[in-house]
Design a protein around this ligand. Sequence first.
Ligand code: CAA
Length: 392
Amino acid sequence: MITETSVKNEPLSFKLTQDQQDIQAMVREIAQKEFAPRAAEVDKNHRFPRENFDLLAASDLLGLVFPEKYGGVGMDHVSYAIVVEELAKACATTSVLYSAHVSLTASPVYQWGSEEQKQKFLTPMARGEKMGAFCLSEPNSGTDSAAARCTAILTGDKFILNGAKNWITNGVEADYYLVIAQTDPALKHKGLVALMVEKGSPGFTFGKLEDKLGIRGSSTCQTIFEDTPVPVENMLGKAGDGFKVAMSTLDGGRIGIASQAVGIAQGAWDHASRYAKEREAFGKTINQFQAIQFMLAEMATEIDVARLLTYNASVAQDHGLKFTKEAAMAKLYASEVAMRSTVKCVQIFGGYGYVTDYPAERYMRDAKITEIYEGTSEVQRIVIATNMLKGQ
Ligand code: CAA
């Protein structure tokens, strides 16, 4: 149980509940036994690990944070952060396919959807019968989400979608796509709507799969809409809520990416410390050299801070508090820690860190995206500053 917490900058101390410890042990076992052994192959072949998604579904992890009435198990968001960390420690690709499904698609349906929409879209996603994807960025608007050009023109009882969305995680693999589109450019962010679009809708196609630096097993592509009809009843919230749906979704999503970054950094630490205990130089194992000890100590300290920030944001979310700033802080810090830690991991491995025989280089490649997606580190700084300076 959390013994002491606050979103007002008081210190925190955490002790995981029995349920949180149990879920951690369960996911760790699945991830280390099933996902870690195939992570290198998934990365090398750019192969979407559908069997991992299926196992997450069979283990009731896709509905982790949703009520039982929608096919979930009703756990808290600290548990969610724990799950994402354990997945990322084993296979970053699996952690992102999971967080894009849960945080970016199922969660906004839970938060913004009507009862009918929850029954229709959330329940099958929580059960793992359908996969979700979130479509916000466009070829010409990433950070400036309000500048979306994809249009949704209301015609009778349907919106007609036209435009393209970029960098869509779970790309061709998903079934449900949460699409943010513009009804009237003159209204800027107040003209945006959030629509649930089903795969197979007329005029809905995919661009090429992206060839990425890291998380290479995740499916990333452009989604293209040409006169795609979307029933009005598929709109989350009301007309004009699209920007708020997107931003509130990203608040939760950023906790997912922070957890992913913590997992990547922890995985790199685990591999580096294990290697340092085995590798010998000058007649002793390299973990006996202060140069290596200092790197491991710095990594461990930063990882602990990143994890605490991530739990802090999750607790705020569970308490129903506004957690925009906390999520941005966690994502900013954890993603930069992931980058620093994985670079140190490669350094500890030396030449072996630079080749694919060991996972060090993969962790470093996987870490980079955490500083970019769901808002770059620069966007997190903007969000933190604007939220802290508001009203001053
Ligand atoms: N929750 C709810 N509402 C929010 C909000 C939040 N967190 N943040 C802002 N809003 C509301 C504001 O209250 C305001 O409402 P009113 O108009 O009623 O006053 C409205 O939204 C506009 O707010 P801002 O003026 O602050 O908006 P802005 O245009 O200046 O945006 C920004 C600021 C921080 C740069 C924002 O655009 C942003 O976060 N951009 C980054 C987007 C991003 O993370 N993209 C990643 C895409 S997802 C992805 O990576 C793909 C994947 O699959 C993994």
